[in-house]
Design a protein around this ligand. Sequence first.
Ligand SMILES: [Zn+2]
Length: 306
Amino acid sequence: MLDRREALAILGKYSLAFVFDSAKLFRGNARAAERPFMITPAHIGKFTADNPGMMTLQGTNQYVVGRDSAVVIDVALSSDGNMDGIIEQAEAMGAKKIDKILLTHIHIDHCGGALALKKRTGAKIGIHRSRAGHLGGEDFQYGDNDRIAFGEGELEVLHTPGHESGHCCFYESGDKVLFSGDNILGYGTAVIHPPDGNMTDYLRSLERLLEFSISLILPGHGPLVGKPEAKIKEYLRHRIMREKQVIDALRTGRNTIGDITQMIYVDVSAPLQRVAEFSVQAHLEKLMREGRVKREGSRYLLLSDN
Ligand SMILES: [Zn+2]
């Protein structure tokens, strides 16, 4: 098990997806995720980066979309092995070339290999316009509702802030597939890490996704999600439950992030406590934006009985 410092080091490095009661859940679901039930349209392939961990589940899912000219969504690692894996996946699908690299967000486990893949393939790198210049080698920018072509179709960009303010999902309306990045995971929940992570935005992004007809979610980590609407609603319910728990804790006189976290996350091991605190902080900041909570130093106070 990681000690607190190691966990924080990982968090600093990746700052992303994560399962709270990780150890048990991770092993159980890791086995389930290895089952060969990955049924995706023939023009979509996946190569999972060799970066498994507490924050990345089995590793980052990197998707190849298109058989004529292909688009790659997210590139986690710059190692030769990872480049080979993505390129071989594209070749196995019959892709003639990799044209573009799209990034769901700028956390290192999603963009860390983008420049290396560009160097290997000549593909053009796209990034959300709020993150222009982050890598120093992007070729184009995209924003909400932009459409990006691949060989046989196009992907619609959905700017979905919350996990990261420039986070984008990519929606292929033809097959009703959503590439969800770290907004929705194969299992567990995404970390919302203030200040860039924003719970208000995150819930809005989830609600917006419910407006789309989605038959399959391909997440940034973990197995595919075959019941998208149920999953998104489950995510929303989970956050609403957490918010209620935060309010209940405030009512009982807990008023620091540490105390509230201890009350809510009873079973969380020490290394994960800090990560749980981010979530509590994100909920408190949402409640402050809504005028329901105020902050005095390190203390948070409920303003009205709601
Ligand atoms: Zn991630």
